[in-house]
Design a binder for this molecule. Sequence first.
Ligand code: KMT
Ligand code: NI
Length: 178
Amino acid sequence: GLEAWYMDSSDEDQRKLHRLNPNQPVSLEELQKLGVFYWKLDADIYETDPELEKIRKDQGYSYMDIISIHKDKLPNYEEKLKMFFEEHLHLDDEIRYILDGQAYFDVRNKEERWIRIAMRKGDLITLPAGIYHRFTLDETNYTKAMRLFVGEPVWKAYNRPADDFDIRQKYMASLQGS
Ligand code: KMT
Ligand code: NI
């Protein structure tokens, strides 16, 4: 399954692991409590995969596109990577399916600790609207991801602080009692 861990607080290269010593892993169950969900798929057959089709249908993911994050493939690469690593939220779920390469999503837990989620080929993840998060490549400096969305996509990111949005309040309320 998915590998995740609490991050150390070092300012070193964002692309490094940033594990605590000893490592403090985070379980899928813990991520689910934060509203983060995960599927493992066969990325080699994404164009014809009935499992992916079923998820898209069940979840209403009508929109999809594919983004390659690599120095030579993504316009304004440096600038975009910098933006992706700024702590932010969206008003809608962020749904990403790693088709090639790998990368990290970092999410804040209830106690404001950073959890690093290692995304590898075949991992599909949904981050709930209103969760603070960020994204980085790892030291391999390359990933190709499918972006999914319910309806017309809105990619707008609101950098922290963005606590006054209804969706943020709603997200916080959803954590109560979990
Ligand atoms: C976001 O909003 O965090 C992103 O789009 C991350 C890059 S897409 C793999
Ligand atoms: Ni985001």
